[in-house]
Every structure is written in C-alpha cells, then in structure tokens.
Design a protein around this ligand. Structure first.
Ligand code: CMC
Length: 462
C-alpha cells in the first residue's frame, strides 16, 4: 500500500493502478492506494489487512485495523486444499467435485489427495494404505487411560483427551519441520483415530476391547473393532461399510471452519500435531459445529411425532425454542452439496435396515422449513448434519457418539491444513488484535476490609 499525495496540498494526482483500491481518510484528507492481492483461482479478491495500518492520523498512531468478530469476512490463509462456493452449493477437494469423490473414490484415497494435492498412483496408494494399516495399534496405556473415564463420559471428551494424551507417546512428533516426522505423525493419526474411537465405543458399552484386524480395509477394520463379539472374523454389512466410507469422504475437509481454524491456530504455536488436532476435536464437539449431528437427533426425539412438526417450527421462528438443528450454514446459502449426498445415502441404508421411525419427522421438518418464509428468506437449508445422525443411528451408534465419526473423517482435512499452514512462509503464530473497550487507566485502591495479603503470605511461608 502506498500513500498518494492528495492532502491539503494538492489534488489527487496518482492514477490508481487497476490492482489497487483507493481509500480516502476523511480525518486527514489523505488518500491511500491499497494493493489488491493476486486473485484466487476462483476469483477471490482481497487486500492485506495489515496494509490498513498505514492509515493513521499521526506517526505514532497504531494505524487502522479491520474489525471482524467471528471472521465473517477475513481470509486467514491462502489454501489450495478445498474450494466452496456457498451460493452455488459447490464443494471441491483439490479441484475434484465432492459428488465424484463420494461416488468413485475411497476415504484413504481422498486423505492422500488432501495431503498430497494429487490423486495417488497405484504404487503410491498401496504404500499409503500399507503405512496407515501398519500403525493401527495404540500403546496399551491408551486403553488403560480410557478406563479412567466414567461409563457415561461423553465420547468427544474422551476422544479429545486421548488424542492429546497420544502426544506424550511420540515426543519426536515435536520435530515438526522434519518431513519424515510430519509424515509418520499424519500416518499415526489417520491410523489410530479409528482404533481409539472404537475403544471409546467399547468403553461406553462396557465391552472388552477388540484389537485391529489389519487384514480388513480401513472402514471395515473400524466396524470390526466396534461390533465384533465372539466371531473369529467380522463381516461388515456392505451397505454400512459403504455408507461409512462415503460419510468419511464427505466430512474429510471443509476449508477454514471452526475446528480447522482451531487446528491451524494451535498448530501455529509449533506444538506437535497430536495436540493441535485435539484442539480441533474440542472445537468440533460444540453443537453449532460437528455436535449438530447429535443435536439433530435430540431435537427429533424431542419433537416425538410428525404431527408436532408445525408447532416446533413455530417455536423456532418465535425464538422461544432452540434453532432448527442441522439447518443453516455460515458459507452455504443454498443446499449443502454434502446434504444431498447424505440424503441419498440414507435412502440406501434404510432400504437395507427398514425405515427409521424418526426419518418421517426429519422429512416433515425439511419440507416445512423449505416452504417457510422464515427459513427461505434467511437461506437456511439442510446441512450435512441433518441426515447423518439418522444413518449413524440405524447403524446402532449411540447419539452422543455421532460426532466421533465426524472427527474420524475430518482428521484427514485437519492434518492437511495443519501441514499447509506450517509450510506457508507467510504464516506466523496466530494472534488476532482487539479493540479495547474496558476501563481507562485508574489507581489501585483496595475495596477489601478483612483480607491482609502480607499476613497470608507469611502464613504460607511458615
Ligand atoms: N434455525 C433457525 N434460525 C436460524 C438457524 C437455524 N438453524 N440458523 C440461522 N438462523 C437464523 C438466525 O437466528 C439469524 O436470524 P436473524 O437474522 O433474524 O437474527 C439468521 O438465521 C442468520 O443466522 P446467524 O447465526 O447469523 O448465521 P451464522 O452464519 O452465524 O450461523 C450456523 C451458522 C451453522 C452456526 C447456524 O445456521 C446454526 O446455528 N445452525 C444450527 C446448527 C447446525 O446445524 N450446525 C452445523 C453446521 S454444518 C456442519 C458443521 O459446521 O459442523
């Protein structure tokens, strides 16, 4: 950014370059030429927020900041991983439409694509799958660690803690600028998250742990650890195995959402990736983010019967009840493309296991909302979480467990985004600014009448 001399002295002379914005400060009458960044692939335009700092009324001013609570209009990074067009309902990983990946790819191939930027060759895929399969076991102390939780501990609390705990088993993972360490940490996290997730399930149910069967594919191995009882080898229902793989693909990445931003921000302190993704799981837990799939089912249970749907919709609109969970999105202002795929998937799963009694309530809710002015005018459409819970429940997962399945898929995206952030020369430790609105400087005068700090200090010393 440069300042053009259009102050009191003279009229604006410099012709603005086409790649710059002209900003005039009415306080000083100065004009500034703010350079625009090179456009993104899909035409995104931005200026560098720090360029605004040049706009000041005196040399010792801090300079102009931009104020953007909840990052409604702030690009925190340049990323080549995922593209979303929220108005058109487009989602692509590394340029590939989500619909094609969901139909033709596998979760591990998508995980490779997200991390490496290109689809794997046969050899690359073989060695990627081999490495992940080779690392599915966890240290036995992780299993012991999980037994410390109450039987009714929330599975997301257990997952957050177990992933953070895993950091202590791999101190070498702190060496984040060693490509070999980054690679093995990524492999370990992709491999061990399903194992830990399954251990959490077994802990919730009071069942003995089932160890990985590495002769099975990724998703089926996970289902085996969840569901196997006395049979020597677990045979997954092919419809469930397929549904799980597609759901993992749909959840694998979603650009700079709340949990990914958490992973990037925590990772920007150069902590190890196990700790960074534990922060991502914590962020995902919330009901406005991944926790919405659990909240949708609780909402449907609360509604209880399709006949109660109109009254519930009125409550939501009146602001008296909760929001319509599974509806709305910060970025999508048309149908979430993932929700379309999930709805088709739900039809396939229900064709196998029979109609879920609550699917009728969900369909009625969707129909009511899509035809209601309140939702239409606010562009509130079903998001990915609206139907996923119904699928998970038909697979017999407990409601509180749904978000763990979301985390298993999103792990691929978190790790790719974490590595992209680390290798981006423009990134530094994340440290937003604030606008201070508290008290101005004032003098300390104690308001306490019976508290003697010095006496207390003495007593501690004794
Ligand atoms: N039900 C009823 N009203 C809603 C909803 C909803 N689900 N979502 C937004 N609104 C209303 C909101 O009250 C506001 O109305 P008004 O303009 O009259 O004040 C308007 O729509 C805009 O809402 P907002 O809160 O400014 O929108 P946002 O972009 O900050 O929030 C959201 C996005 C996803 C947090 C929100 O839509 C929501 O809470 N949805 C329900 C929770 C949910 O399904 N979350 C999953 C998101 S997708 C997967 C994921 O990210 O994990």
């Amino acid at each position: 950014m440069s300042q053009t001399d259009t102050t009191a002295a003279g009229a604006k002379s410099a012709q603005a370059a086409p790649s710059a914005l002209e900003v005039k400060d009415p306080r000083t009458q100065r004009s500034y030429s703010v350079t625009m960044l090179e456009r993104g692939t899909e035409g995104d335009e931005a200026i560098r927020a720090s360029d605004l700092r040049q706009i000041k009324t005196a040399d010792d001013d801090f300079g102009m900041m931009s104020y953007d609570p909840a990052f409604m209009n702030t690009a925190s990074c340049k990323s080549a991983i995922t593209f979303i067009d929220g108005d058109k309902g487009i989602l692509r990983y590394r340029g590939y439409p989500i619909e094609q990946l969901a139909e033709k790819s596998t979760f591990l191939e998508v995980a490779y694509l997200l991390r490496h930027g290109e689809l794997p060759t046969q050899d690359e895929y073989r060695s990627w799958v081999h490495d992940i399969t080779f690392h599915t076991y966890v240290h036995e102390n992780i299993a012991k660690f999980l037994t410390g939780f109450r039987h009714d501990a929330h599975p997301m609390a257990m997952l957050t803690s177990a992933l953070a705990a895993l950091s202590s088993f791999y101190p070498q993972a702190k060496d984040i600028f060693d490509p070999a360490q980054r690679y093995i940490s990524i492999i370990r996290l992709l491999a061990k998250t399903p194992t830990i997730a399954a251990m959490i399930y077994r802990h919730m149910k009071g069942l003995p742990i089932v160890y990985p069967d590495n002769s099975l594919p990724y998703g089926e191995n996970y289902l085996s650890m969840v569901a196997r009882m006395s049979e020597p080898r677990y045979e997954a229902n092919p419809a469930f195995a397929k549904a799980l793989d597609v759901l993992l693909i749909l959840h694998a990445d979603h650009e700079q959402n709340c949990s990914t931003s958490a992973v990037r921000a925590v990772g920007s302190s150069h902590v190890d990736p196990f700790s960074a993704v534990a922060a991502g799981v914590a962020a995902l837990y919330g009901p406005l983010h991944g926790g919405a799939n659990e909240a949708v089912l609780r909402m449907i249970e609360q509604i209880g019967h399709p006949k109660n749907v109109p009254a519930f919709i009125e409550e939501v609109k009146g602001g008296k009840g909760s929001r319509l969970m599974g509806f709305g999105h910060r970025v999508y202002k048309s149908y979430d493309p993932r929700a379309k795929i999930v709805k088709q998937l739900a039809d396939q799963v229900f064709a196998q296991v029979g109609m879920d009694k609550d699917l009728e309530i969900a369909l009625k809710l969707e129909e009511a909302a899509l035809n209601d002015e309140y939702f239409v005018s606010r562009k509130l459409y079903p998001n990915v979480d609206f139907y996923t819970g119904l699928i998970y429940r038909s697979m017999a997962f407990p409601t509180s467990y749904f978000t763990v399945l979301f985390a298993m898929g999103r792990m691929a995206g978190w790790l790719s985004q974490w590595e992209e952030m680390l290798l981006d020369k423009e990134q530094k430790i994340a440290r937003p600014r604030q606008i201070y609105v508290g008290a101005p400087e004032r003098q300390y005068v104690s308001q306490l009448t019976d508290y003697q700090p010095d006496t207390r200090k003495d007593s501690i010393r004794k």
